[in-house]
Write a protein that binds this ligand. Structure first.
Ligand SMILES: NC(=O)c1ccc[n+]([C@@H]2O[C@H](COP(=O)([O-])OP(=O)(O)OC[C@H]3O[C@@H](n4cnc5c(N)ncnc54)[C@H](OP(=O)(O)O)[C@@H]3O)[C@@H](O)[C@H]2O)c1
Length: 325
């Protein structure tokens, strides 16, 4: 079975490299250095070597520096643009010191169009392959968004559109005003944030109190052939090497189980963590956020790992800390 993006003729790789860590710190006053550019070159090289040619950006990552550094890599590596898929996002406005203008979401036509123009300028490219609306703006006027997306599509600045952190209902509402299909929904999904599984298995049961994953979203995206992308799929390394000393017993036990499976399958712990997401029939695309070349290579091994049903459930049960009902 192909991923939804592939079914639409978009040759996406099974994994995506998230570029939130490119460009150093989020402090806008700290300039981009040669070291940041070198790091980005090495991460891109490692990604390509691991079969990853799908790159996830956002206009806000490291306050624009991530896109700028990536643009530098594209400039210094002719031919790269044609080999890769570039996705970016807009719709979040960060607090920039003006107390009258708090950090907020903004789906106004003006902001969407200006954000894309700025991203293209930083990346040094004429079009984005995919643009995601980053987080749902409660003041969203779907017809205004439709005008913005229409303009971006017909000016050739964006090829495809999607959303992030949206429920099925929110996507349906927005889609009802659009001429273009929304083809991606990016949400937090991992062994640590397994709400996407909990929602399904808790139907007709007492729902886990901490589960915030919107019911019906997974099903809706599958029905509409919308690519689900998982952000923070590595849980920032919690199960694959980061210290778990101050973590819960469930996290510690899961890290130990991941390590055991990795040893048994002669692969990296990162590959086990991602293989758990990859086994889901929705064909979820993990968006890994590491800039470390060795870790990127370790993640790439995930596509060669097969977990049995029993191993998949044992990982899920260990991470949730309780047996299935
Ligand atoms: N749509 C959204 O709202 C949204 C929100 C957040 C993120 N995202 C996207 O998702 C991508 C991934 O998110 P993420 O970076 O939060 O999650 P992640 O892939 O789960 O974690 C990556 C982070 O964890 C660190 N890490 C991984 N393994 C480690 C280990 N063994 N020891 C120590 N540190 C380790 C990495 O550091 P190193 O770089 O040193 O390996 C990196 O900072 C982002 O780049 C972005 O593209 C989207």
């Amino acid at each position: 079975m192909n991923m939804p993006l592939q079914q639409r003729g978009i040759p996406a790789s099974r994994l995506s490299l998230g570029c939130m860590g490119f460009g150093g710190e989020w402090d806008a006053s700290k300039p981009i250095t040669g070291e940041h550019v070198k790091q980005a070159h090495e991460a891109v090289e490692a990604a390509l070597g691991a079969g990853i040619h799908f790159f996830d950006h956002a206009n806000i990552y490291t306050r624009g520096k991530a896109e700028k550094v990536f643009g530098q890599v594209l400039k210094e590596r002719p031919g790269l643009r044609e080999q890769i898929i570039i996705q970016s996002k807009c719709g979040i406005r960060l607090y920039d010191g003006d107390d009258e203008a708090p950090g907020r979401y903004d789906f106004s036509k003006e902001h969407i169009i200006a954000s894309v123009d700025d991203s293209l300028k930083r990346l040094g490219i004429p079009y984005l392959d995919i643009l995601l609306l980053h987080r749902p703006d409660p003041l969203m006027d779907r017809y205004e968004v439709a005008e913005a997306l229409h303009q971006l599509k017909f000016s050739g600045k964006v090829r495809y559109f999607g959303v992030s952190n949206m429920s099925a209902g929110q996507i349906r509402l927005l889609q009802s005003a659009l001429g273009e299909p929304l083809i991606v929904n990016q949400l937090e999904m991992s062994l640590l944030k397994a709400g996407f599984v909990e929602t399904g298995v808790n139907v007709n049961q007492a729902v886990a109190a901490d589960n915030v994953f919107p019911e019906g979203t997974l099903e809706y995206c599958q029905l509409e052939n919308i690519q689900l992308q998982a952000w923070s799929p590595l849980a920032q390394g919690l199960f694959s090497g980061r210290s778990t000393a101050d973590q819960s017993e469930a996290v510690q036990n899961t890290a130990a189980l991941v390590k055991r499976y990795a040893e048994e399958k002669n692969t990296a712990p990162e590959a086990i963590v991602l293989a758990w997401l990859l086994k889901h029939p929705a064909q979820i695309q993990p968006v890994i956020g590491t800039v470390n070349p060795q870790r990127i290579a370790a993640c790439g091994e995930a596509v060669h790992v097969t977990l049995t049903r029993e191993e998949w459930y044992k990982l899920f049960i260990t991470s949730r800390g309780r047996a299935m009902a």
